[in-house]
Design a protein around this ligand. Structure first.
Ligand SMILES: [Zn+2]
Length: 441
């Protein structure tokens, strides 16, 4: 595992927050309860937004690259941290650079299975009990590896880790909740010839079609493929996602794919409002019927609206109210937002505080454990530190991760699982003297 990620989460500020003049919230704590890192580590947690290719251990990346003759800018973990997987990035482009190396090594079943297994293992090691692992299968399909093999390989890795964990005495004796997972497939808002063998061929075959139509066509093909594979093999493919560059590549291009997913009961999440304004979230909700929103960072940024909208503040208010009322969960990725969004200089400026005030349903996610150099515990610790979460606010947010998951079992199973998680969470709260009776959202 990458050295950076094995270390216990620290309370260190991730940014130049200590700059003179920045208004750190830690000095003005309205809630006297300090939530200890050890509690966060022990509490059952989820990660609903974690990319497989952005979360590969650096040691594994190096090993796989050597075995497969993939060229890396460095073959040491420190070298890769210096050159590629940084704590801070100058731009989204720089942030995305690491993915060319991780996808280059994840081109066979063995590599995919290993990456998935280790991702589950890393989560278990920090008390995460439920993950929804997302990846774009088309980035891994090549002449020697088809879509079914890609999905099976990831499933095998996750299942192997789950089976081992759930065979432990505390889980078998019902003293602790088991580990569970689902898989989310990502369609891409846009792609280029260089991104994968599959995309290269797809673009060549459709060379006389309008590019944006080709992107939508690839998404529809993906939706049809994963529904067929899920139905044939019963794999826990639970959700459909849209990732990639937002600006210039609207959600509406992928309408048919989402309609197909919707009609086949694949749940829907959309990366939106990460690098583009509230309209992107509006499209995700109204065109793609998103059940959850990835990032949603610019939900309230009315000043970024470019569409012809007369009353921008009203537009944003109505959108946020709808999202709050429908309990459309925002997958909040604090560190990632800081790294990809130059507008956010430190977490004091993050929109999460407004999300809280509007009573939106939110859950903390890593986005990319390796590329963002973070863990679920660290994300939660940052939230506690910067937003002065009370124990009940923290509990609500963590429990939402389970309640709003695209759980692969029946609704009855899901309810039982969530109940088990809540009971266990409250037991740990009591151990740490944090349990306060409060209305659950
Ligand atoms: Zn993401």
């Amino acid at each position: 595992m990458a050295k950076r990620n094995t270390s216990a989460p620290t309370t260190e500020a991730p940014t130049a927050d200590s700059l003179a003049g920045s208004s750190s919230t830690s000095a003005t704590n309205n809630h006297p309860t300090v939530i200890p890192p050890e509690f966060i580590r022990k509490a059952p947690k989820s990660d609903l937004h974690v990319h497989l290719d952005g979360s590969i251990r650096l040691g594994t990346l190096i090993e796989l690259a050597k075995e497969r003759n993939v060229e890396l800018p460095s073959y040491t973990e420190d070298g890769l941290v210096d050159l590629v997987f940084k704590d801070r990035y100058g731009s989204l482009k720089e942030y995305l650079q690491g993915f060319q190396y991780t996808t280059a090594v994840l081109q066979d079943e063995e590599a995919l299975e290993r990456a998935a297994y280790e991702l589950a293992e890393d989560n278990m090691a920090e008390g995460v009990r439920y993950i929804e692992v997302r990846f774009a299968p088309h980035l891994h399909v090549n002449p020697n590896l088809d879509m079914t093999q890609v999905l099976w390989a990831v499933h095998r890795g996750l299942k192997k880790a789950k089976d081992l964990f759930n065979d432990s005495t505390p889980v078998r004796q019902n003293l602790e909740p088991p580990f569970e997972y689902g898989m989310i497939v990502c369609a891409m808002r846009m792609f280029t010839e260089n991104m994968s063998d599959y995309y290269n061929k797809f673009l060549q075959i459709h060379r006389y079609s309008q590019r944006r139509k080709v992107y939508g066509l690839a998404s529809l093909e993906l939706a049809q493929a994963v529904v067929a594979i899920r139905n044939e093999y019963g794999l826990p493919i639970v959700g459909f996602d849209l990732a990639g560059q937002e600006r210039g590549y609207p959600a509406v291009d992928h309408l048919e794919a989402y309609r197909y997913a919707h009609k086949n009961f694949l749940k829907k999440t959309v990366h939106a409002g990460e690098a583009y304004g509230p309209e992107s979230i509006f499209q995700a909700i109204t065109d793609l019927h998103a059940d959850r929103i990835g990032h949603g960072y610019h939900l309230l940024s009315s000043w970024l609206i470019e569409d012809e909208i007369a009353n921008k503040n009203e537009y944003v208010r109505a959108l946020a109210e709808y999202i709050a009322d429908r309990r459309i969960t925002i997958e909040v990725c604090l560190t990632s937002n800081l790294q990809t969004n130059p507008r956010v200089r430190n977490l004091n400026e993050h929109a999460f505080r407004d999300f809280q005030n509007l009573r939106l349903s939110t859950t903390f996610c890593t986005d990319n454990r390796t590329v963002s150099s973070t863990t679920v515990s660290r994300e939660i610790e940052l939230a506690c530190q910067y937003f002065n979460l009370t124990p009940s606010q923290l509990r609500n947010s963590i429990i939402y991760g389970f309640k709003r998951s695209f759980f692969p079992g029946t609704y009855r199973n899901k309810r039982n699982y969530v109940r088990q998680i809540i009971d266990y969470y409250e037991k740990i709260e009591e151990e740490f003297g944090l349990h306060e009776k409060d209305d659950q959202d």
